[in-house]
Ligand binder design. Sequence first.
Ligand SMILES: [Zn+2]
Length: 370
Amino acid sequence: MKRETWKLRLMAHRYGRKIRKNAGGSTFASTSIGKRILGNSGANSTSEKDSENTPVATTTEKIIDQHLVQHVVAVKMFSRTFPTSNVWILHDGNEAALIDSGYGDAPSIDARREYFGKNWADTKFVRIAMTHHHFDHSSGGRQLRDMLRADTAIHPLDEALLHTPLGPAEGNEDLPDDKVITDRAEVWKKEAFETPIDVTMADGEQFKVGSLTVTAVHTPGHTAGHNCYYVEETGQLFTGDNILGVGTSAIGPPPSGNMGNYLDSLRRMQELQAKLFAPGHGPVVTATAAKVQELLDHREIRDRQIIDIVEKGYDTDQRIRRALYPEIQKGLRRAAHGQVRSHVARMVGQGIMEVDESEDGSIWTVRLTK
Ligand SMILES: [Zn+2]
């Protein structure tokens, strides 16, 4: 059987290629959310009842401080315990911007329309800045843009990925085996793909919200064009899916994700010394320095574990995955497999490991270089 040395192929990968994995459901939690976020402005409403067959659309609002509001329209997906994506409302005076746009299905958009109509009718929305192209952050963009008359923005690399159509099964890997949700995912994909982008924001580009200055910080890894957004005046950093309020982000293997870039991005986020992280999922993080260090340490420990496992004779990506995550639940196996590959890919880049990829790409045979 013809085998191709994958090391060379890795070098040849380019961002902007058609993505195969992790297009939407690419984050997973390693811990469960501790408590529900409670609304505190009377804005809670339930558009759909929670049941085994019906996704939930429960609106919760949390006021973080005088400039920041967390708005969540909960949709049941990923693992049951994983929090839905956040939409952040950054505001000053009578101007506001959204960071991320949540889901674009009808119940989610209806819930947002009701909330914004009731609470923000006199506010001028200047921008919807997306952290990355995955549909849990982008698929509400088209309809919120119309509703709020705000410009949409994303990094140029993720604009290309947003406007790359996904195949029928793509982006569904981490979704529960539930027809209502997989049908809804088709809507999310279509909406994400059809979201117009008015402006792209490369690293360092800025916009104003009242007197606040928001700066794009290009932090690739989770996706090629992942942006964090930093608010100088408040020290707040919107971390997207690079740092979550709960658990760890899934970093897919190239070309969709890149572990080496991710670790560089974490270090860059560390240098900003932000006072608060407003993440893509879960609650805000105030112990910011400790959080970044914990994530960097977590990845280093994983590298060591994988090296140890390969030394013990586990020689393929699937065997490594089973040895590393023996207990993992079914819906997260693919994400876990992606984690193994992205760690291995980085160690290939460092010259620590070599990989032979089977012709159909399904098996990586792994060995240490020395
Ligand atoms: Zn996400």
